[in-house]
Design a protein around this ligand. Structure first.
Ligand code: GLU
Length: 345
């Protein structure tokens, strides 16, 4: 049984980039007869808001995307604490005391020597006495995971074979000094424990994937790691990163502007793939869905194309599908007469 997941952080409204990942994961799950887990990544207490979480669920429902299972990271803190203890016992999670300033100074020194800005693991040789002295002085440790030597490779479902040399990456911080776990860690524990088989996310997570595969192998050496696929991030028509203007491309803004859910879903489902956008239901989109259709280049989000698709959706809608949203007194005859001329309802 395959399981995909969509894992938004409730730190803002659902925007086009994230909505696309929701659409792609939902379609992939349907196409393979699997399930979809909605995971709320709310470990960042300050930035996560219940109203954003509710908004994300509302937007997904409006898009017609359902989920078979839901998990909230803030409900699973005991699981992360247990996994952290296992890593500590294996000597793979070590306490660190360097401040941001000290780390910055080390990076600057390495830059002068033309070395990559990788953490030097100085704290690996910390003795119990040194640790006790630091804690007596009022410091509390944060914890880093000791990455393996060598490289991590995987066959990316979108990008093809990928390999990352772990020596080029700093040992990641998994637990903050206040004891709270970080995304890199919580995501791995969840993907393992909740039985996720496919992780499809943005290309910005490629380095994370190498680290997370290494972490998965440390936690569950006998378990197969999930398959990974990374979609190139969407840019706007000028080639700029789309997320910079997230406010103008939120799902709720499209809805307020009068874009039909079907148009947005159909557009996002085919964006960056070799297939042209056409107005289709989720069921129909799933029938033709193939991750192998996505290209390795960054697709451009073009509002004009979205509007053109919206027009096509409206032109095909029967009266019953819009009756509730029409002004009073507009009957079927009226709808059939005007629908061919509309850009937005
Ligand atoms: N909450 C993470 C994000 O939105 C999830 C990334 C992932 O899919 O692992 O970037």
């Amino acid at each position: 049984m395959v399981k995909f997941r969509f894992a938004p952080s409730p730190t803002g409204h659902l925007h086009a980039g994230n909505a696309r990942l929701a659409v792609v994961n939902a379609l992939a799950a349907r196409a393979m007869g699997g399930t979809l887990l909605l995971r709320i990544d709310d470990t960042d207490r300050e930035r996560s808001k219940p109203e954003y979480e509710a908004g994300i669920e509302q937007d997904l429902r409006w898009l017609g995307i359902g989920w078979d299972e839901m998990a909230r990271q803030s409900d699973r803190m005991d699981r992360y604490a247990a996994a952290a203890e296992r890593l500590k016992a294996a000597g793979l999670l070590y306490p660190c005391f360097e401040s941001e300033e000290e780390l910055a100074a080390k990076r600057a020194l390495r830059a002068k020597r033309h070395l990559p800005p990788v953490y030097d693991r100085a704290m690996l040789s910390l003795t119990a006495e040194q640790r006790a002295a630091a804690e007596a002085g009022g410091k509390r440790p944060y914890f880093r995971f000791k990455l393996s030597d060598g490289a991590v490779a995987w066959n990316d479902l979108v990008l093809g074979r990928r390999e990352v040399a772990l020596g080029t990456v700093s040992d990641p911080v998994l637990i903050r000094a206040d004891g709270t776990p970080l995304y890199t860690f919580t995501s791995v524990v969840d993907d393992l424990e909740l039985g996720v088989t496919h992780v499809i996310r943005g290309e910005d997570h490629v380095t994370n994937t190498a680290v997370q595969i290494d972490l998965m192998r440390a936690l569950e050496p006998r378990r197969a790691v999930p398959a990974f696929g990374h979609l190139p991030l969407i840019s706007d028509v000028t080639g700029e990163k789309l997320s910079k203007r997230a406010g103008s491309v939120s799902v709720r803004q499209f809805r307020r502007d009068g874009i039909e859910a079907m148009a947005l879903v159909s557009y996002l489902a085919r964006l960056g793939s070799r297939r042209d956008p056409e107005p289709l239901t989720l069921e129909e989109l799933a029938g033709t869905f193939d991750l192998g259709d996505f290209s390795r280049g960054a697709p451009r989000f073009d509002p004009k194309q979205l509007l053109a698709l919206n027009r096509r959706v409206l032109h095909g809608l029967p009266f019953e599908a819009v009756a509730e949203r029409l002004p009073e007194g507009c009957g079927a005859e009226f709808w059939m007469a005007v629908r061919g001329n509309l850009d937005l309802l």
